[in-house]
Design a protein around this ligand. Structure first.
Ligand code: CA
Length: 421
């Protein structure tokens, strides 16, 4: 399902997220973004050094950061830049899949069956992980499924080579350098031999798809063999994920969120991740669970999420959803993890319907939308084709001005209105 070239970069995904993120309603996980080479994309760095010159200069920095000469020279033996990494780094996908298509593959019946098998196979370890980190086993296994298809798709690239390429001629050389030094520190620590340190083109490693700095913060040796082996040990990978979520504010026993139904005449401007209210207060506003599942703690802080605008399903999402966002800052990703976790427990079916007749805006159309909003006196921010908070606010303001539900969700219909305005 996942192409190795586009394998996930996780939070760790910030590199790609910053470049190709379509934050709202559209696929924004790097994992499954169909990547295409965009003609005319400018190269980031004017290379004035050869790779060998760069490597020798970088070697001094790495040694100053505590990396031994032996670690460095072993890791860099035979390493040359990887053109495929540069192509992936410079690509800007023109089209993004709508959230419903993303969920269809992320939470496929095959993945749910696979995940249920993994829950059984790893039951003992998951029990211990649950009691140590206080994170639901289904959420941990769901992330495992999203990141590497339960360890089956970790990427196949030499991490040192990928990161050296990004540090040498990527669009964000500082990112590449920081990650590369962290990767060398991991090798020096003896967790994994250089030949087994494989991952995605952007340096996301192993079954958890941690970038090296994330690994150094959160990876744990949970099976007790002395190595933090997120490549070969499912137990270490699952515990490392639980450690990450637990450290990111996961609340034991709380749901990530649940689907809700909104009352007639609801003010859609309330659907904003920046607006938080206790679940009980949302209920007093008429926001009700869509099915019989208990909504959990009425005091839990929650935001209302409309991933595809007011016509699609609505969700109340809690601090645990925000913890998943720290793993990978994409609402589509976090929703997929939540729904996959629910599906592993036999739930996950939605009452609402996605607006599947909508054609998602292409990148050029999103840019045009932002330009037109600016022309009409709104402030969507830079016209970069990324639908972020400023663009959503501008869309809401425009929707309000023409009497449409102010859900902040850009559609082709809205763009057409703007063109004629
Ligand atoms: Ca271990």
């Amino acid at each position: 399902m996942r192409k190795p070239v586009s394998s996930v970069v996780g939070q760790r995904c910030l590199l790609v997220a910053a470049l190709s993120l379509a934050t709202f309603g559209l696929l924004s996980s790097c994992a499954e973004t169909p990547r295409q080479d965009a003609p005319g994309t400018p190269s980031a760095t004017q290379q004035t050094q050869s790779f060998a010159q760069w490597r020798d200069a970088f070697r001094a920095q790495a040694l100053a950061a505590g990396v031994s000469a032996q670690t460095f020279d072993t890791a860099f033996a035979g390493i040359e830049p990887d053109d495929a990494v540069i192509a992936a780094d410079r690509s800007q996908p023109e089209f993004t899949r709508p959230v419903w298509q993303y969920l269809e593959s992320a939470v496929s019946p095959a993945r749910v069956r696979n995940g249920q098998d993994r829950l059984l196979q790893n039951a003992d370890a998951l029990q211990r992980i649950d009691s140590t980190y206080g994170v639901d086993r289904e959420a941990v296994v769901a992330i495992w499924g999203m990141e590497s298809n339960f360890g089956q798709q970790m990427g196949s690239k030499n991490v040192i080579r990928s990161l050296a390429t990004l540090a040498y001629e990527g669009r964000r050389p500082d990112f590449g350098r920081d990650q590369l030094i962290a990767a060398l520190q991991i090798l020096q620590h003896g967790d994994v031999p250089a030949s087994n340190m494989i991952g995605s083109w952007a340096g996301a490693m192993g079954q958890t798809q941690f970038i090296p700095t994330t690994y150094n913060r959160y990876a744990v040796d949970f099976d007790g063999d002395g190595r933090r082996d997120i490549w070969g040990s499912p137990t270490d990978a699952l515990a490392s994920t639980a450690n990450y979520l637990g450290t990111s504010g996961w609340r034991r026993g709380q749901s990530w969120g649940f689907e809700v139904l909104l009352p007639q005449g609801f003010d859609y401007a309330q659907a904003d991740m920046d607006i938080r209210k206790p679940v009980g207060e949302w209920q007093r506003l008429g926001v009700q669970p869509a099915n019989s599942n208990p909504p959990g703690d009425p005091q839990a802080s929650a935001s209302l999420l409309l991933p595809a605008g007011y016509r699609g399903p609505a969700f109340l999402v809690t601090d645990n959803f925000r913890a998943i966002l720290k793993y990978n800052n994409s609402t589509s990703y976090a929703l997929a993890v939540g729904l996959l976790a629910d599906s592993l427990k036999g739930g996950g079916q939605l009452v609402g319907h996605w607006p599947v007749e909508d054609t998602p805006l292409a990148r050029a159309e999103r840019i045009e939308l932002q330009q037109l909003l600016t022309t009409h006196g709104y402030q969507p921010g830079t016209a970069d084709g990324i639908i972020g908070a400023n663009t959503r606010q501008a869309v809401r303001a425009y929707q309000k001005s023409i009497g449409l539900p102010a859900d902040g969700y850009p559609t082709l219909e809205l763009l057409t209105r703007l063109r004629g305005a």
